[in-house]
Structure formats: structure tokens, C-alpha cells
Write a protein that binds this ligand. Structure first.
Ligand code: CIZ
Length: 302
């Protein structure tokens, strides 16, 4: 049986031979984060990879993230080490459903969260991340927007933007499982610790938080805060990076529910195998890619 060190050596050798860049989302297993060239949120990672001269991008995350990398880097081969790693939030709406929604609300611009398939991005006017959703929605002209697929992020945006928001009913089961009772219990256990949550959480949980931010925003908040202990309300994989970057602070995950199974599908063996075989490949058809890229580029302009 291959030892841990052997697998790490294999990954290193193949990464060089293939001229590959390894990306790990903030929610990935610690050993995957440790072996990656870059760790971050899906859009940040896709942009970083696009800026490298790598021939191959190995995206340790879920399918929509690898698709985003393929949209930004059409000349590179994009690999997702476990092709069954999906996201039920992204899968909650397909292109046909979005077209139907657009027919029901003609002329209303569509904002789609980056947590969506390439086909849904292609049907949208502009993309957004959880970090810039408010800014994007505010910058659009008109009094109405369609926001897909996350109803909680849409609700969060509606707190800051005076527009009618027609929202899709998708949600992240991991973030939505967390209850207000759990927030109460965490606050009681750590009375001086601030609570920072992701905007994919339910509105009642958001109401109780001290700070609401994307994964990159949570990392920044934890870096800057004077608090010695922080209660973290997002997928528990982020704790690895938080502890590594802030060894003097304590991080407590708000609830044991913050565990996304599909985010843990990729392990070192699968990563090594995918580098060796250069599969499973994630590709986006050129006509879809072009339209999806328009939505992404419009976000960057806004
Ligand atoms: O796109 C990402 O990485 C997600 C889903 C969340 C975030 O806040 O970074």
C-alpha cells in the first residue's frame, strides 16, 4: 500500500510533469489544502489559475467551480478529481427553468450567484459572488432583478438594495441546516466571541450574527479582529486555514451541521490518480462558455 509520503511525492512529480496547478477550495480536506498551489474561494481560484502558464488545472472542489475555471481558461485542461462532486444549490436550477422564469418576467435582468452551472451563467446577464452580490445588484439599472439560485443570498442582498428581487428557491443544505438555537448556545458558551456567518445561512441566523461575509471575507474578518475566539458560521473545512493563518486565535465552528459531504469527496489518492490519467475532464461547450463569460466579465466591470 502506498504511504502518505509516497502519495505526496507522486502528486509533486506529476504536478511538475503535467505542468499542472492544483486549486483547493476553502472547504476541502486539510491534506488537500496543504498540497494545493492555491487555496481560496471558487472565483478567486479560477482567476488565479487563469493567470498562470499551467497547461492543466486540477480543481479540488465541486463541479460548478471547475466549470468556472474552464470558462476563464478555455486553453487549459480542467480536471475535477471526483466527477460526482456536485452541489445541490447549483443543481437547484437548470437553464430551462431559468428561461421559464425569464419568460414570466420579461426584461428583468438576471443576476446569478457564481454557485451555478455554466448553462445557468450563460442564461444570465451578470454573475456575482457572495462577496460582491450587493454591489452587483445595486449597480444594475431598473427597479427589479431576478436573483438565482440562492434564496438566502437573495434575501441578504434585499436588505441593502432597494429593488424588487425575484428570487429562486434554491438553498445550500449545509448552511441552511444551522438553527438559531445553535447560535444562542454558541454565544452562551463563548460570550465574548463574535459570530461571523456566511450569507447562505437562513435570515434568522444572519439576524443573530455580528458579521456576515463570504469565505474570503470570513478569513479577512478573523485575521483583523482583536477577539481571541471567533464563532465561525460556514463549512468547517475553513477552520484548517483559519487555524494555520492565525495560530494565536481560537476558532469554534458554530454547528456540527457545517459539514458538506461532497466537498470532502476528493482525497489525495483521487488527486494523484487524476493527475496521472488527466481525467475526469470538465469542459464547457464554446457557445455556452462565451455567453457565461459575458456574465462573468460584466460582474468584473460592475
Ligand atoms: O464560490 C465560492 O467559493 C463559495 C461557494 C462561497 C464563498 O463565499 O467563497
Amino acid at each position: 500500500m502506498e504511504t502518505h509520503n509516497n502519495i505526496l511525492e507522486t502528486i509533486d512529480r506529476l504536478r511538475k510533469n503535467r505542468n499542472a496547478v492544483i486549486l483547493a477550495h476553502n472547504y476541502q480536506l486539510p491534506e488537500i489544502q496543504d498540497v494545493a498551489d492555491y487555496v481560496g474561494d471558487s472565483f478567486e481560484l479560477s482567476r488565479k489559475a487563469a493567470g498562470t502558464d499551467a497547461d492543466v488545472i486540477v480543481f479540488c472542489g465541486v463541479r460548478f467551480m471547475a466549470e468556472t475555471a474552464a470558462i476563464l481558461s478555455p486553453e487549459k485542461l480542467v480536471i475535477l478529481p471526483d466527477e460526482t462532486a456536485g452541489c445541490s444549490l447549483a443543481d437547484s436550477i437548470d437553464a430551462d427553468q431559468l428561461r421559464e422564469l425569464k419568460r414570466e418576467h420579461p426584461g428583468v435582468p438576471v443576476v446569478c450567484y457564481v454557485n451555478s452551472s455554466a448553462e445557468v451563467k450563460a442564461e444570465s446577464d451578470v454573475c456575482c459572488t457572495s462577496a460582491n452580490a450587493v454591489r452587483v445588484a445595486r449597480a444594475l439599472e431598473g427597479g427589479e432583478i431576478i436573483f438565482v439560485p440562492d434564496r438566502n443570498l437573495a434575501d441578504y442582498v434585499s436588505r441593502f438594495v432597494e429593488k424588487k428581487i425575484i428570487k429562486w428557491s434554491g438553498f445550500c443544505p449545509t448552511h441552511s441546516r444551522v438553527t438559531t438555537e445553535e447560535v444562542q448556545a454558541a454565544k452562551k458558551a463563548y460570550p465574548t466571541a463574535p459570530v461571523v456567518v456566511h450569507p447562505e445561512c437562513d435570515p434568522e441566523v444572519i439576524d443573530m450574527a455580528d458579521h456576515v461575509a463570504s469565505t474570503s471575507g470570513i478569513l479577512e474578518f478573523c485575521r483583523k479582529t482583536d477577539a481571541r475566539t471567533v464563532i465561525v458560521g460556514t463549512e468547517s473545512g475553513i477552520l484548517h486555514r483559519l487555524k494555520k493563518e492565525n495560530p494565536e486565535k481560537e476558532f469554534v465552528v458554530l454547528s456540527p451541521s457545517f459539514f458538506c459531504e461532497t466537498m470532502k469527496f476528493i482525497n489525495l489518492q483521487k488527486l494523484a490518480r487524476s493527475l496521472e490519467k488527466l481525467e475526469p475532464v470538465i469542459s464547457v461547450a464554446p457557445e455556452i462558455r462565451e455567453r457565461a463569460l459575458n456574465a462573468v466579465e460584466r460582474m468584473l466591470r460592475l
